[in-house]
Each structure stands twice: as structure tokens, then as C-alpha cells.
Design a protein around this ligand. Structure first.
Ligand SMILES: *[C@@H]1O[C@H](CO)[C@@H](O)[C@H](O)[C@H]1NC(C)=O
Length: 491
């Protein structure tokens, strides 16, 4: 009743059995005066083929496909008995181009909507070309259909049969009496112009004949067969069968922690293997990366990153915040020159520019060459060590040598224009990427482009920044930097 009173709900189907008749009568009265429809109580529901079904009507998807209920046909069908509706779905599918809509009104004495209500409704649906009715002995519902026919309210062909043997003892089938006998009902329907076969077994033939007559008369163009829509398989079942993969949100080529009990792997090697067999950090990180990390770990407290971390720590910030405030300064003036140096050196060397041409070109563009120049003058120990490592271990050192030639040229201009640590790491990694033969030209360009090499500096400098942060926190001294260099150095 609450559902019926909702302004947006027009049809209510009641599957429940045993609804008190007085309640049903109230609902019927309300529905009638408000232009709404009640299907049931005690109905299995209904189906609009290819569109919608109520409850368990028509059963499994296999049955729906078998009975062609996945697309609309030309037949409107109404029955009292839900138990018989599946049977008739199948019969109609065999005899015609299929059902447009099928309704089971339910077996109660006072159905919310009657056989004739639905027949009249079907009569107004243009897609419905003929109507099939399956009645039941007992009740008087079929007589209201006879009335409607006699009054000429129905102009579409109706095929009907009133069945005597009821599978389930419907309340509506229990009233006796001559008028309500099966023969009387079938006779009355026949007299009113309905196609009534001689037996239930002849029903299919009668439906088929009626349908074909309409086709011949041009009143029905049988609907075109369409392939049933493929229903997607249940995901969990399909995954179990190994038929599908769910899309990956994150792709990692370096480490792996799939599954609950699976141990992490680095490049396919179990983490425990690395620990048990005594491998060090250097085996996890590439040897050359390890050296770079060692060499870039710190630069003393004056460098931008260290300075920021110390200031943040002295302001009472936690370790992570202090570390991050230092890392945020990494960029073109602090550490972050590695990628830019790699870009410019690579571009110049690949284009075959002589060191002098390269430098003049940059000068013309007004770009300071990243990787060249430092406050300290010649003889940065780290630069020497890295170059020696490359010469001893790399298959080719073309970029390193080019960087050295560039340095020779710049030193002839000013004695502080040395190849700095950023410049040497940049050229070293260019040689490494090319020398391993594991990367295509495009991949090398991508690696340089994405800022990967600055990552080395981030990794290395984090160690130093954590050191400075903890040191400052241990000292517990507020920092007054006037001038900051003096304060920092004495600390
Ligand atoms: C890249 O490596 C190959 C093989 O080691 C070498 O022949 C080639 O000269 C290298 N190119 C550059 C630009 O370093």
C-alpha cells in the first residue's frame, strides 16, 4: 500500500502468498481510483521480453534464451497460474515470433489485476498483435473477459484455454458451481469470438494457426532474429578459471610483493636470499650507483638542503619534515643538475659538437652549463675517483671523455670552471646506459628526460640530511643564523 501511494510507482507486483483478502481489496480499490496496477498477490511476476522481468519469472538465463525472451515478439500473454507460465513461454516461442509481454496474475480469489485487465491493456499496446490467455477452473474472471469481448473492447485476436487440472490448489480455483466449470468458461469464450482449441494439447496448434494467419494477412511482420546478448561471466568464477585479468593500476618492473604470503623480491630475487647469502646494499643497488651515493651523501652543513633540514629541525619539526624540507631544495642550483647535465652533454656529443662549439653555443643561448663550475677549484677527489672507476670498468667511456674535454676547454677560460660531481655522474651514467646495451636509444632519452638521475642525488643526500637533522635535534639549540655560515660551522 505504501508503494502504491508513491507518486512515481505505477505498478506493484506482490509475490507474497496468503495476503488477507480484505487487504487485497483495499489495494485494488486504491489502484483503480489512482490509475495504478497491482499484479498478484501470489504471482510469480511477469516479463517484458528483452527489457525487464519481475522476480523469478522465466527462470534461468538458459531458459530465457530458449524461450526467446531476450527480445520482444508480437504476443501478449496472461495466465493465472505461475506454475504454467514457463510452459506457455516455451509454447508461444515455438508457435510464434515470441512474447512481447507475459504476466501471471496469481491464483488468489481477488487478484489485484484480472485476466481481462491485462487483455485490455495488451489491446492498447501497438507491438502486441495477438493475445494468449490461460485460465483456470473456479473464479469468474474469464467472464469479465467475455463481457469485454462482447462489448467490442478487444479487437486483437485472442487464443484462450481454461484448464481443469491445477497443479497447485489455488484459492481462486476452489469455488464450485456449474457456471464456473471449465467447459462453461471455454464455451463462453468461444461464443465471444475467442479461438478456443478442443484440448490443452491443441493449444499450441491454435496459437500457431492464429499467428500464421496474421502473418499471411500482413498484420504481423515476424520480428527479426537477433543473436542473444552475451552475458558477461561472473568475475570471481572467471578469475578462478584463469580466463581474465583485472586491469593493473600500478606496474613495477623492479620489485614484487604479490600475494599475502609471498615474500618481496628485488629484480626476481627473494629478499631473504639476499640477506641469508650475505649480499649487501651494493648488490641491491648497482655498484656504480652505490659509489655515487657514497660520494654524494653529504656536502657539509652549508649546502641548501642541509641548511634547510637544520633550520627545520631547530624549529622543532620532526625528522621526516626536516628531511623533506631539505630534499625540496634539490634542483638546478643544488644537486639537481645531474639530469640537465646529462641532457646537454648527450645532445652536444650526439650532434658531434666540439667542446668549444658546445660551450659557445650555450653562451649564445645564455645558459650556464650544468655540471661545470664549482666554488672549490681543481682536484675534487670524488670526480677523480668516479672517472677512474668508469675507465676501469665500463665498456666505453665516450661521454666521460667528452666531459673531460669540455672541462679542459672551460679551465682555459677560468680556473673554477671544473667538471663538478653532477657533471661527472651525468656523463658516467650516459656511458653506463649505452655501454650495457640493455637500453634502446629511446629508453636512454626517456631516462634522462624523466629526471631519474637526480633520484640518485635524492637517495644519497637523504642520508646526509637525516644526519644533519638528528645532529641538530640532539644539540637542542635554537638556531640563530647571523651569519648562518658561522653558526653552522661552529656547531
Ligand atoms: C654505445 O655503445 C656502443 C657499444 O659499446 C659503442 O660502440 C658506441 O660507440 C657507444 N656510443 C656512445 C655514444 O657512447
Amino acid at each position: 500500500m505504501s508503494a502504491l501511494k508513491q507518486p512515481t510507482i505505477r505498478v506493484v507486483a506482490i509475490i507474497a502468498e496468503g495476503v488477507p483478502e480484505s487487504d487485497t481489496k483495499q489495494m485494488i480499490a486504491y489502484a483503480k481510483s489512482n490509475n495504478k496496477v497491482v499484479i498478484g498477490p501470489a504471482t510469480v511476476g511477469g516479463i517484458q521480453a528483452g527489457a525487464f522481468k519481475i522476480g523469478d519469472t522465466a527462470g534461468t538465463i538458459d531458459n530465457i534464451i530458449q524461450c526467446k525472451l531476450y527480445r520482444p515478439g508480437s504476443v501478449g500473454f496472461v495466465t493465472k497460474s505461475g506454475g504454467m507460465s514457463n510452459e506457455l513461454h516455451n509454447t508461444i516461442a515455438c508457435a510464434t515470433d515470441g512474447i512481447y509481454e507475459g504476466i501471471a496474475i496469481g491464483g488468489d480469489v481477488f487478484p489485484g489485476s484480472t485476466l481481462s485487465d491485462h487483455v485490455l491493456r495488451f489491446n492498447n499496446i501497438p507491438q502486441v498483435k495477438m493475445i494468449v490467455v490461460l485460465g483456470e477452473h473456479g473464479g469468474r474472471d474469464e467472464y469479465s473477459l467475455v463481457e469485454a469481448l462482447k462489448q467490442g473492447k478487444i479487437n486483437k485476436p485472442v487464443v484462450a484455454w481454461v484448464k481443469s487440472q491445477v497443479q497447485l490448489g489455488h484459492a481462486g480455483a476452489m469455488n464450485g458451481g456449474e457456471m464456473e466449470s471449465v467447459q462453461a468458461k471455454n464455451q463462453a469464450l468461444k461464443d465471444a469470438g475467442v479461438v478456443v482449441p478442443t484440448s490443452y494439447e491443441a493449444l499450441e496448434g491454435a496459437i500457431k494457426e492464429t499467428f500464421q494467419k496474421l502473418v499471411e494477412e500482413g498484420k504481423i511482420t515476424p520480428v527479426k532474429e537477433v543473436p542473444p546478448p552475451q552475458l558477461p561471466e561472473d568475475l570471481s568464477t572467471a578469475i578462478k578459471k584463469g580466463k581474465v585479468r583485472v586491469p593493473t593500476h600500478i606496474i613495477s618492473t623492479i620489485s614484487d610483493e604479490r600475494g599475502m604470503s609471498v615474500e618481496q623480491r628485488y629484480a626476481g630475487v627473494l629478499m631473504s636470499t639476499l640477506v641469508e647469502e650475505g649480499y649487501g646494499v651494493g648488490d641491491v643497488v648497482l655498484a656504480i650507483a652505490r659509489i655515487c651515493i657514497m660520494m654524494c651523501a653529504d656536502h657539509g652543513p652549508c649546502a641548501s638542503g642541509a641548511h634547510n633540514s637544520i633550520v627545520a629541525a631547530s624549529a622543532g619539526k620532526d625528522l621526516i619534515s626536516s628531511l623533506v624540507s631539505g630534499l625540496l631544495t634539490i634542483g638546478p642550483r643544488f644537486g639537481g643538475a645531474i639530469d640537465d647535465a646529462a641532457r646537454y652533454f648527450k645532445d652536444a656529443y650526439d650532434r658531434g659538437l666540439a667542446p668549444s662549439e658546445f660551450m659557445e653555443d650555450m653562451k649564445k643561448k645564455g645558459i650556464r652549463v650544468p655540471g661545470i663550475g664549482h666554488r672549490v677549484k681543481r682536484g675534487d677527489k670524488r670526480v677523480e675517483l668516479l672517472q677512474r672507476y668508469a675507465r676501469e670498468n665500463f665498456p666505453s667511456v665516450e661521454y666521460v671523455e667528452y666531459a673531460v674535454q669540455v672541462e679542459t676547454y672551460t679551465l682555459s677560460k677560468a680556473n673554477n670552471l671544473i667538471l663538478n660531481i653532477d657533471g661527472v655522474i651525468a656523463s658516467l651514467f650516459l656511458d653506463l646506459l649505452n655501454g650495457t646495451g640493455m637500453f634502446t636509444k629511446q629508453e636512454i632519452d626517456d631516462i634522462v628526460e624523466i629526471g631519474y638521475l637526480n633520484g640518485l642525488f635524492v637517495l644519497a643526500r637523504s642520508t646526509g640530511l637525516i644526519g644533519h637533522t638528528s645532529d641538530q635535534k640532539r644539540l637542542k639549540q635554537p638556531l640563530y643564523c647571523h651569519p648562518w655560515e658561522d653558526v653552522l660551522y661552529t656547531k
